[in-house]
Design a protein around this ligand. Sequence first.
Ligand code: ADP
Ligand code: MG
Length: 288
Amino acid sequence: MSLVIENVNYVYMSGGPYETHALHDISLTIEDGEFVGLIGHTGSGKSTLVQHLNGLLKPTSGRILVDGLDLSDKATDKRAIRRKVGLVFQYPENQLFEETVEKDIAFGPKNLGLDAAEIDRRVREAMRRVAIDYDAIHDRSVFELSGGQMRRVAIAGVLAMEPQVLVLDEPCAGLDPRGREEILGLIRALHRESGATIVMVSHSMDDVASLAGRVIVMNHGRVAMDGTPREVFARGEELRAIGLDVPQAVELAERLRERGLDIPQGVYQMEELRAAIAAAVGKGKRHA
Ligand code: ADP
Ligand code: MG
């Protein structure tokens, strides 16, 4: 199921003194099964863009096509789109409200009018995917959980809708390193197992480098770069110029090159860097 963003502009508070042109002529196609990392500094338009993908925001001009259906077309079934494209907001746990974990995760499927057995299956499956033990946790209050668990319950609520496209807006924001690793691990597993298309907003270059097959960089409401992580992270100077970091491995590779070690261009993951260092050191020894 493809997502097509066609010449989209978005203006907040149009005509008023606080008018903000948040998106400028964005055109992108996201193919079925891709894992896209969407990066950019604060205010670059990431959240505004992803809220267009399930019709939550409507473009001021331009169009969004989901599976060939134009979201601005009156004939398009908006509920069907929301079912296909699941959006996990930033700090999604703030929107938990039911008495128990189970009821919260079941809220969406219930609204779809599914029968009790199907709702139960979906709740259990969603909890399995976010690694929360059903028997231990299902009847607990969400407010008794740790921050990381609340985040995972909130993600499970979206997964229970069984979307074909999962959009996550800064899913690791505010978590400690362990919580971050858990969330990244479950997103990776979900992509591998279900083949769902994933769009992950992040400002961590390392998270994006370790997961995404494609990186889209936003700057001031425009797409500044779009390519494989190798292509994008090779443009370290430009990334820094727009206020972004590069992954740790890229930075280390640059420093090692400055010191005369023969590290190939384009290295961006730690594993690769380790191998490149071993190769470079090996070569150095042979030459000596
Ligand atoms: P990001 O997610 O990359 O931080 P946003 O999409 O939130 O960026 O913001 C893009 C621009 O739109 C910023 O200038 C921001 O101040 C503005 N903006 C975001 N949300 C609103 C809103 N609800 N009302 C008015 N302006 C907004
Ligand atoms: Mg944002």
